[in-house]
Write a protein that binds this ligand. Structure first.
Ligand code: NAD
Length: 264
């Protein structure tokens, strides 16, 4: 392993279990020398997140529900107290009501739309503002998005709008924090079987379709997402900000499925 992240400290928000994209990124960062702090959403997840954090050499865990801004404030206050400064922040948080991750977008309720936007989009801006205060020497911020923000995907609905707004936030925050030498980027991940992913109706069909029709003809792994996370959180990507970086086996570039006659 390299020492790319040696001497760097950062916060990982969004580990639920060992299938979480946040975990794939955290593990890779830790493997390359990073010191990590983790948040977890409620006591039910603590028993899953704690052993993972320990395996990455961390005992710095804090509860956080982004719907409750007091818990977000408490996280950054604790980080300031314990570490003073940080070098990176990874936000891998998303939620929309399962009952509305199916059917028509037109049937989205106002309540779920607002909740989806607050948790899946605005929580990044709210946390980034607080994280930037702990980055006097610059740093890197990273969030997770999906191609359903650019194109209409069946059943993704309000989450697609939240991802579109999240990607726009990446660009605005990159401008806001650029003068402070803080870079802000997103990874647009191909489908991964996670708790959040499983909430989307007919997720299996979506996974299989994207795997079959992506140029590489396969899905992506947590390790590959971890590698992209390492690139975007480390000095390797020093000149990159405001970027939406696809790690999706190339699915986003196709206009139509490859005909069977052209398949190997
Ligand atoms: P996951 O279920 O492992 O992670 C989602 C995380 O969001 C969980 O840790 C959960 O606790 C957290 N969360 C939800 N509501 C929260 C709240 N109110 N406060 C604090 N935390 C909250 O699933 P994942 O797929 O790893 O999701 C991580 C990110 O990746 C999400 O933004 C998701 O939209 C995005 N993403 C996922 C896929 C995929 O196919 N799984 C593809 C592209 C992007």
């Amino acid at each position: 392993m390299t020492k790319l992240m040696q001497g760097k400290r950062g916060l990982i928000m969004g580990v639920a279990n060992d299938h979480s994209i946040a975990w794939g990124i955290a593990k890779t960062l830790a493997d390359h020398g990073a010191e990590l702090a983790f948040t977890y959403q409620g006591d039910a997840l603590l028993k899953r997140v704690k052993p993972l954090a320990e395996s990455a050499g961390s005992d710095f865990l804090m509860p956080c529900d982004v719907e409750d801004i007091a818990t977000v404030d408490a996280v950054f206050a604790e980080m300031k107290k314990k570490w003073g400064t940080i070098d990176f922040f990874v936000h891998a948080v998303g939620f929309s009501d399962k009952n509305e991750l199916k059917g028509r977008f037109a049937d989205t309720t106002r309540e779920n739309f607002v909740r989806t936007m607050v948790i899946s989009c605005f929580s990044f801006a709210e946390s980034a503002k607080r994280a930037a205060e702990l980055m006097p020497n610059g740093g890197a911020m990273l969030t997770l998005t999906y191609n359903g923000g650019d194109r209409a995907m069946p059943n993704y609905n309000a989450m697609g709008l939240a991802k579109a707004a999240l990607e726009s936030s990446v660009r605005y925050l990159a401008v806001d924090f650029g003068q402070q030498k803080i870079r802000v980027n997103a990874i647009s991940a191909g489908p991964i079987r996670t708790l959040a992913g499983a909430g989307i109706h007919d997720a299996r069909y979506m996974f299989a379709f994207q795997q079959r029709h992506s140029p590489l003809g396969r899905g992506v792994t947590l390790e590959e997402l971890g590698g992209a996370g390492l690139y975007l959180c480390s000095d390797l990507s020093g000149g990159v900000t405001g970027e939406i970086h696809f790690v999706d086996s190339g699915y986003n570039v196709i206009a139509m499925p490859l005909p069977d006659a052209l398949r190997a």
